[in-house]
Design a protein around this ligand. Structure first.
Ligand SMILES: Cc1cc2nc3c(=O)[nH]c(=O)nc-3n(C[C@H](O)[C@H](O)[C@H](O)COP(=O)(O)OP(=O)(O)OC[C@H]3O[C@@H](n4cnc5c(N)ncnc54)[C@H](O)[C@@H]3O)c2cc1C
Length: 438
């Protein structure tokens, strides 16, 4: 099966998982109907709950299911579909209260019947989860703390929703409807065990050793890791890994980084990391011999998914890392197709991999255009920012026949995407890697 067929297959699997509880709900025997809007609100509650349950599958990072889309797209989908589930779940009690205001009258939380209380707390947990996710940065919640609370709130919301469904009981009266919700609960528990226990255990048994820590231009460091006691993994150039340092995989304190080394020689794996916050600021303190863990490979940002094309790369700052992996791989393969790299950064001195790119120009049919925000005196190359005009000057004739790989700040990738689309490049030929999943 190719990527499109596999993608279609997994979309069907997703729809089956989300819709099955709804169809089962429609089957007899069910409670007597209480009017369209009442039944509609119940259906919304069930749909929202099954979407919440499937969210655990989406974020469990199953490589086979994620491969056709790329994990970043799955996280993006997770973010939007979670909002839809939230609207469904929230609409469920609101419609019921509108239809029957007595549901609220005099029932303060401590005198509410358990079946209502579990539902109310489930909605409260979900609301907290959505608010803290949408406005995490404004609320100044650190990513690591947010991640732990995100997981706990998701489990709480789902468990309470299932308790609410079972307690109300009307719609799960037949044994096999009960069986369905029991199966959903068991699957969620199994997923939790897989993510928190089995996967970390597998990572623990496949450690990596830091071999070198190399200072790069542009406030970046390259970590060179070697698999210890196992063969490591193969990957497509441009893919990324979840890296754990200073912790065991059970701590779930992992960070995503693109692999910057060639996909041909996988004896060592390189990551080139720029200082941004707590974790990345400590990379310079990593010492050779230190243990690391890698969950990899992930991502769909790779030339190997479109092997029969010419390529244009656009990098901004540390966005050069995955592109470097692709260029190094092409060089190792002795590839001679025509390549263009537009590489934007503030200064000439800070251009990570500048010297190696100059060498790669001799090995590959590669043209590199540097775009400097603050160029040195006497600079005759491109200055300022990547603009529409600059792109139009360098984009090769018939731009629609290339595949484009963009990685860098969102302002850069968005501008380039729009320019390419205006020039008639179809969306499926434009590939962007986002460095901020959340
Ligand atoms: C697919 C992908 C590939 C990446 N490749 C590279 C690379 O090659 N080189 C590089 O320097 N950076 C890369 N990044 C960015 C890198 O993951 C973040 O800079 C790093 O995790 C920030 O952590 P921090 O604690 O230093 O900063 P913080 O200040 O804690 O976080 C800064 C931002 O980074 C994101 N972030 C922080 N922790 C995590 C985490 N555990 N998981 C996901 N996102 C997190 C959040 O959006 C956060 O707001 C990549 C990111 C992604 C998603």
């Amino acid at each position: 099966m190719n990527y499109v067929q596999r993608g279609f297959f997994w979309i069907c699997v997703y729809l089956c998982m989300v819709l099955t509880p709804l169809f089962v709900l429609l089957l007899a025997p069910g409670p007597l109907g209480s009017g369209f809007w009442w039944d509609f609100s119940i259906a919304l509650g069930f749909a929202g709950t099954s979407m919440m349950a499937v969210m655990f599958v989406l974020t469990a990072r199953f490589r086979r299911a994620a491969a056709p889309f790329g994990i970043d797209l799955i996280y993006y989908f997770h973010r939007w579909i979670a909002l839809v589930a939230f609207v469904f779940v929230l609409a469920h009690p609101l419609i019921l209260i509108y239809l029957d205001p007595s549901l609220l009258s005099g029932k303060w939380p401590w005198v509410m019947p358990g079946y209502l209380l579990s539902g109310a707390f489930s909605v409260a947990a979900l609301t907290t989860l959505v608010v803290t996710s949408l406005w995490r940065q404004q609320l100044k919640i650190h990513y690591d703390a947010w991640r732990i609370w995100h997981g706990l709130l998701a489990i709480t919301a789902l468990v309470l929703a299932i308790v609410h469904i079972e307690w109300v009981g009307n719609y799960v009266s037949s044994p096999w409807k009960r069986l369905l919700w029991l199966t959903i609960s068991t699957c969620c528990l199994a997923l939790l065990l897989y993510v928190r226990l089995i996967k970390p255990l597998v990572l623990l048994r496949h450690p990596y050793r830091v071999e070198q820590v190399v200072k790069e231009k542009g406030d970046a460091w390259t970590l060179v890791l070697r698999p210890e006691g196992h063969r490591g993994f193969t990957f497509m150039p441009g893919q990324f890994a979840w890296l754990t340092l200073w912790n065991s995989p059970f701590a779930l304190k992992e960070h995503p980084f693109s692999i910057s080394s060639s996909a041909i020689d996988t004896k060592t794996i390189h990551f080139t990391i720029k200082k941004l916050g707590d974790f990345t600021a400590r990379i310079k303190d990593v010492v050779p011999g230190q243990t690391a863990y890698l969950d990899a490979p992930y991502g769909a940002f790779s030339i190997d998914r479109h092997p029969y094309s010419d390529y244009v790369f656009v990098a901004g700052g540390i966005g050069i890392a995955p592109i470097m992996s692709m260029l190094r791989t092409l060089a190792d393969r002795g590839d001679d197709r025509s390549l263009l790299l537009i590489y934007a950064y503030k200064t000439w001195e800070g251009l990570t991999f500048r010297e190696e790119l100059e060498k790669l120009k001799e090995q590959l049919n590669l043209r590199v255009v540097y775009v400097l925000e603050n160029p040195p005196d006497g600079w005759e190359g491109e200055k300022g920012f990547v603009t529409d005009d600059l792109l139009s000057r360098y984009l090769p004739g018939a731009p629609a026949r290339y595949h484009y790989y963009l990685c860098g700040p969102a302002v850069l990738t968005t501008l380039v995407e729009k320019t390419l689309q205006r020039q008639g490049v179809p969306l499926y030929r434009i590939h962007s890697e986002l460095f901020n999943l959340v």
